[in-house]
Design a protein around this ligand. Sequence first.
Ligand SMILES: Nc1ncnc2c1ncn2[C@@H]1O[C@H](COP(=O)(O)OP(=O)(O)O)[C@@H](O)[C@H]1O
Ligand SMILES: [Mg+2]
Length: 251
Amino acid sequence: MSAYQLSIKGVSVSFGGFKALSDLNLQVPQGELRCLIGPNGAGKTTTLDLICGKTKVSTGEIIFNDQPIHRLREFKIARLGIGRKFQVPSVFRELSVRENLSIGMSQEPTILRNLFRFGDKANAESTERLAVLVDLQDELDRPAGFLSHGQTQWLEIALVLAQDPALVLMDEPTAGMTTQETRKTVELFMRLKGKHTLIVVEHDMGFVRDIAETISVMHQGRLLAQGSADEISQSAEVREAYLGSGGMGHA
Ligand SMILES: Nc1ncnc2c1ncn2[C@@H]1O[C@H](COP(=O)(O)OP(=O)(O)O)[C@@H](O)[C@H]1O
Ligand SMILES: [Mg+2]
């Protein structure tokens, strides 16, 4: 058994002639909340796309729970326990929060006939539990289209958690959130870590400082540095990488 739940080993990805990732190595142990940062174009989103199978590796391998996953189709990777929260909202706006969660918990979330499982007591209890986790328990009967931006993001997170993935991938989950919503998201992630492994791509160094044990910094398709928030913000090569790309946020 590997000490890591996820290992990205020597991975390269080319888009046409352009190398978006080159010889990327990244390991994440089970239960960790790992933050992935780096200037625009560093390859962060591509890395998440690779893990969930949306993009395929050109060379290298990805091992999840001791199993190679880099040749598997996206739905198979999802079934192995890797959940991805996308930036584009995927909730059903006309359906209530409860209905969205109920569909999310079913085995085939895209099939609307799952709505008939409403009478199911176990389903009702898990729906409520999920709603409480993301603080939407008072919104269960509202159409999802009426939720605030932050609440919609939490519903999206709840829909990923509904499948109980061992590893959760999130790309800039706090983008567009108010300070208060961001703070609540920090609290949510702190509650999720341990039970789930989380890889969170973030821009805001303030947010990263609050939540991460280890921060991985990417630059030009590689892992540039890794360490605590203090180690990262003092690193000369990290500072240099961020020069000319808008700085390091609240570092
Ligand atoms: N489908 C694609 N085709 C061509 N180039 C791409 C594609 N996806 C990403 N890239 C390029 O790969 C690099 C890494 O992109 P990305 O992973 O989105 O960076 P980040 O999320 O760190 O900002 C960028 O230079 C981007 O323009
Ligand atoms: Mg990105």
